[in-house]
Design a protein around this ligand. Structure first.
Ligand code: HGY
Ligand code: MN
Ligand code: MN
Length: 417
């Protein structure tokens, strides 16, 4: 029975779509996107909304020391560790209405459809909202899942501060205070399997008119902060020969790095997303430049070889200034195992959804979960593959098909493991 009990269930596409629209109002921008940084007021409101849905159904609400939130529907066999599905709720500053939240809402839809059908599962089933996946308010990114599985020490992550000097520890306390009836979740509590739905954030599924992406793995990434320090000087009186112009040296450094990272096969992803010149005054020769590097590649050897050259290239190319290169995050490529992938494939087939195996260019919390328990990801198409952009869009039909596969996969996993 348990392998097929999911066949009768249907997600509610209207409820799922309406919830996307409602959640996108929390942190909405006037250009139709969402700016909802980790544990800001709109993000805490979102957590509270999810927790109130859970409480209405007598699901337990748990929050761990890093602010990851779990909504749990009990299973019949308490010795079974939970099956968990979810994603993140925080967004980029000019983010879209679907990145992250679609995985959370698909998981919530699954829990409610199972609950409405009064299906008794062996495993508890949980929805998770990982804290701080985007890393825009508190650097680095993906910290909720990394801390949960023990890959990063929590103390350092709680000490991280935002631009106003507010620490993550304070932000987590704000979340806890707003959901003061939530119970304590221990970091690292075992999980039987993890399933994350996410928009593809690339064009493949839409271009090939495919309903479901079965993710094979996530490419590796290395992130850096580069500081170039010269000397501020008067723009009118300082001869070129005397200048320690941090901006001019930064331009040379960026050009040199572009040469190193040029890839005729177009597999390297090299991005300078932030570039700050100070003091930023018209009549002052810049004394300081800070810029970030987001480098990604599917092969760990390439990540190593190219990433290790950055510091030397900066030092050699900046002839007038000093340079400092700090690596803020490094995560190798990871491949998902077969257990969850095969379940996703079987469920897509049973629903006669088209599907395709493909890698993820974007990072996800599933990266860290993959070192902790059997893990898999379901991709749904998004318009022109646009993401980290206010124009990001996924259709109600795509989201409903993805959520249906999440429901079916969780119930199939319940019978399997
Ligand atoms: O950057 C990423 O890949 C993710 O969207 N945070
Ligand atoms: Mn993102
Ligand atoms: Mn995301």
């Amino acid at each position: 029975m348990s392998r097929d009990k999911h066949k009768l269930l249907r997600v509610d596409p209207e409820r799922l779509w309406r919830r996307h629209i409602d959640m996108s109002k929390l942190g909405s921008t006037d250009r139709g996107g969402v700016n909802r940084a980790a544990l800001t007021i709109p993000d805490v409101e979102l957590h509270l909304e999810l927790a109130s849905w859970a409480r209405e159904r007598n699901f337990e609400v748990e929050i761990d020391d890093y602010g990851n939130q779990f909504m749990r529907r009990a299973g019949s066999e308490p010795q079974c560790h939970a099956l968990v599905s979810g994603s993140h709720s925080d967004t980029q500053p000019t983010g879209g209405r679907f990145d992250g939240i679609s995985g959370v809402l698909a998981a919530m839809e699954a829990l409610e459809v199972i609950d409405d059908a009064q299906i008794c599962t062996r495993h508890p089933i949980e929805v998770v909202v990982w804290n701080n996946e985007e890393g825009t308010r508190f650097s680095p990114s993906d910290m909720g899942s990394a801390v949960y599985v023990g890959q990063t020490p929590i103390e350092r992550m709680l000490a991280a501060t935002d631009d106003e000097g507010v620490s993550m520890a304070i932000a987590v306390n704000t979340l806890r205070a707003s959901i003061d009836w939530a119970i304590e979740r221990q970091l690292g509590t075992p999980i039987s399997a993890y399933l994350e739905l996410h928009i593809e954030q690339g064009p493949i599924l839409e271009n090939e008119n495919i309903d479901i992406g079965i993710v094979t793995g996530i490419q590796g990434t290395r992130k850096f902060e580069v500081r170039i320090t010269g000397e501020e000087a008067h723009a009118g009186t300082t001869p070129e020969s005397n200048r320690q112009d941090a901006f001019m040296d930064a331009v040379k450094v960026v050009n040199a790095l572009q040469e190193i990272f040029f890839d005729p096969e177009d597999k390297v992803r090299f991005t300078i997303g932030r570039f700050e010149v100070s003091p930023g005054s018209l009549a002052v020769v810049p004394g300081h430049v800070l810029f970030t590097i987001d480098f990604r590649h599917p092969e760990n050897t390439v990540l190593q070889i190219l990433g290790d050259q950055i510091a030397e290239v900066c030092k050699k190319t900046a002839t007038r200034c000093t340079t400092q290169v700090v690596e803020t995050r490094s995560a190798p490529s990871t491949l998902f195992g077969n257990v969850v992938q095969e379940v996703i494939e079987e469920c897509a087939k049973q629903r006669t959804y088209s599907f395709k195996y493909l890698p993820s260019g974007a990072g996800h919390d599933a990266r860290y979960m993959n070192s902790f328990c059997p893990t898999g990801m379901v991709f749904v198409p998004c318009r022109k593959g646009i993401s980290h952009n206010e124009k990001e869009y996924a259709s109600p039909d795509s989201l409903a098909k993805g959520a249906q596969v999440v429901v079916d996969s969780l119930l199939m996993l319940d019978g399997l493991i």
